[in-house]
Design a protein around this ligand. Structure first.
Ligand code: PEP
Length: 257
């Protein structure tokens, strides 16, 4: 049985005061590690230490929204895996659609980051997802295949042990338009089949595939109820405890049936 993961991507939002208050509210709502549902928050870099302090000892884990692949040196503006580990991060989101489409990251660059993250002991959440035009052109599965093949190039099964994949259709991110449960399930099933073919069925059975794209308290349960949806990567609704806590609650309800 795969353990649900509910992750909050705060993007470039919050400040020290509002972020710490949000983290404290989440820590109070998830005071200890839950065997059935893992909770993660990914704040902006400058607040990682503060958010880490506010969630220490609770069931809320800490992740970053990006990392660079080099270990140290003249890479102005970048942060390394060891820096993230140093401030308490266990996870990193890589290949987010905003990194791909706003910052122009290629599968090759994402792959270097994925390999550095794994090598340095971070749990990588690799995001994949198609544009609306690609969906409309019937290219969803080929886009997912390309992003998975590129992002996981050279990553062995052993290295991929803690990998999480997030299916995030770009047209559903921050738009209020959510993939239907059937659309999500179909993409997730395709991703799991890709993992089976690339690795094997035992590993594919174990790897968690999150759905992301306008997840809200009122649609979280139906989406996470799909057999191949193992949790959610949540943007906008992770910025308010009143929205994020019920999403965690939806995963707990599903885990208990
Ligand atoms: C995201 O940023 O990963 C995301 C899914 O955002 P939203 O939930 O706001 O669509």
């Amino acid at each position: 049985m795969r353990r649900f993961l509910v992750a909050g991507n705060w993007k470039m939002n919050t400040d020290r005061v509002t972020g710490t208050a949000l983290a404290s509210a989440l820590a109070a709502a998830a005071p200890e590690t839950d065997d059935a549902v893992e909770v993660l928050v990914c704040p902006p870099f400058p607040y990682l230490s503060d958010i880490g302090a506010a969630t220490t000892g609770s069931g809320v884990q800490l992740g970053a929204q990006d990392v660079y692949f080099e270990a140290s040196g003249a890479f102005t503006g970048e942060v390394s895996v060891s820096m993230l580990r140093d401030v308490g991060c266990s996870h990193v989101i890589l290949g987010h659609s905003e990194r791909r489409h706003v910052m122009g990251e290629s599968d090759e660059l994402i792959n270097r980051k994925v390999r550095a993250g794994i090598e340095g002991g971070l749990h990588v959440i690799l995001c994949v997802g198609e544009l609306l035009s690609e969906r409309e052109a019937g290219q969803t599965e080929s886009v997912l295949d390309r992003q998975l093949t590129g992002g996981l190039d050279g990553v062995s099964e052993e290295e991929a042990m803690d990998l999480v994949i997030a299916y995030e259709p770009v047209w559903a991110i921050g738009t209020g338009v959510t993939a239907s449960p059937d659309q999500a399930e179909s993409a997730h099933a395709h991703i799991r089949k890709w993992v089976t073919d690339r690795y094997n069925s035992v590993f594919a059975d174990r790897v968690r595939i999150l759905y992301g794209g306008s997840v809200k308290p009122d649609n979280a349960q139906t989406l996470m109820q799909q057999p191949n949806v193992d949790g959610a990567l949540v943007g906008g609704a992770s910025l308010k405890a009143n929205d994020f806590v019920p999403i965690i609650g939806a995963a707990k309800t599903l885990a208990s049936v």
